[in-house]
Design a protein around this ligand. Structure first.
Ligand code: ADP
Length: 362
């Protein structure tokens, strides 16, 4: 297995479009690194540059101790698993997994050993003689992963491998991938637009946006301490509530965030930077307290309630803000009525403040 170093990598297409801008990142030996971001942010391009399927137009790519910018894909010690499984329909599961090794001139016994070992890991042994059309979507994706495993790569690359599966299968495959990672102890780099996959699979997550990495770190660190508004709203469901705010210092030196003319929260003390005069505050749905109208800081009115079984999400209109604020409620709090007046409190320890550029300042 190997570590992977991205050193000031850039990618500019022939038409001049710059899609990756000066990206540096060290991926540790055996780490599960997730590249996540919205569509078009450059994460697949980045992965394809690592695989050797796209030219690198700036910087150095190191796999292990080797600079591989100009090394052919097949010589980089990587295996890639794609969203579309691209299995050969006329070959059995066994033959699909063995094909690449045979082409590479590996001897029969070794091919057989590798295929059977991978099949065992992926619970495909009973299916080795089946053809792809007799497999479920999840089983086909396991064969595609098997094809990658038999090559014993130093680094696995996954490009949205679960996107074609239905929701239940995705959950199951997520668990299998996590197991596979701990079993193989391999370096894995995984691209997805799905923040749940990112949160559940990654040792660390790199959040991409517009060809740069906004923040990189362990999932909960990014969730609890987002560096900016983009990361704050990208991770978590529902998305963090963001409200435009004015910041003011009161007579006692406290810092207040004013939303729609109402003091929404008095920010705690500490040595954090005081935000500029205006910006935004953010708070997650699970951290907002909901109470009787007139008793809490921010007045609101219920627009909608979604009942999800174990909990409900209430969408509350507040003054001075077009978007309703999402509030997570326990199932037994979920009987509030549409149109009902309520009060909200934003506990200061859970509030983020962002400056006008979107950088987290509190
Ligand atoms: P993601 O995987 O994050 O959805 P991609 O890496 O596929 O994003 O694409 C990043 C950007 O690169 C997109 O804006 C896309 O339009 C652009 N792009 C992809 N291929 C080319 C190309 N051959 N020429 C110019 N621009 C391209």
């Amino acid at each position: 297995m190997a570590k992977v170093a991205l050193q000031k990598l850039g990618k500019r297409y022939d038409d001049g479009t710059e899609v990756i801008r000066n990206v540096s990142l060290d991926i540790e030996d055996g780490e599960f690194m997730v590249f996540v971001g919205p569509s078009g942010c450059g994460k697949s391009t980045m992965l394809r540059m690592l695989a050797g399927l796209e030219d690198i137009t700036q910087g150095d790519l190191m796999i292990g101790e080797r600079r591989v910018n100009d090394v052919a894909p097949s010589k980089r010690g990587i295996s890639m698993v794609f969203q579309s499984y691209a299995l050969y329909p006329h070959m059995t599961v066994y033959e699909n997994m063995a094909f690449g090794l045979k082409l590479a001139g590996i001897n029969r016994d070794e091919v057989d050993r590798s295929v059977r070992q991978a099949a065992e890991i992926l619970k495909l042994t009973p299916l080795l003689t089946r053809r792809p059309k007799a497999l479920s979507g999840g089983q086909r994706q396991r064969v595609a992963i098997g094809r990658a495993i038999v090559r014993k790569p130093e680094v696995f690359l996954f490009d949205e491998p679960l996107s074609n599966l239905d929701a239940a299968l995705r959950v199951q495959m997520r668990i299998e991938l996590a197991r596979l990672h701990s079993q193989l102890n391999a370096t894995m780099i995984y691209v997805t637009h799905d923040q749940v996959e990112a949160m559940t699979l990654g040792d660390r997550i790199a959040v991409f946006n517009g060809g740069v990495i906004e923040q990189v770190g362990p999932p909960l660190e990014l969730y609890n301490r987002p560096a900016n508004r983009f990361v704050a709203t990208f991770l978590g469901s529902p998305s963090m509530n963001i409200m435009p705010a004015e910041f003011a210092v009161d007579a006692e030196g406290g810092r207040k965030a004013i939303v729609g003319g109402v003091t929404a929260v008095t920010l705690g003390d500490g040595d954090r930077r005081i935000p500029g005069a205006s910006g935004a505050i953010g708070i997650r749905a699970e951290h907002i307290e909901l109470g009787v109208a007139g008793t809490l800081d921010v007045p609101g009115r219920t627009r909608l309630v979604e009942h999800l079984g174990e909990m409900a999400i209430a969408y509350i209109e507040i003054p001075g803000h077009d978007e309703p604020v999402a509030v997570k409620l326990k199932a037994d709090q979920g009987d509030i009525q549409i149109g009902q007046k309520v009060g909200l409190r934003f506990p200061s320890q859970h509030v983020f403040a962002f400056d006008a550029n979107g950088t987290t300042v509190y």
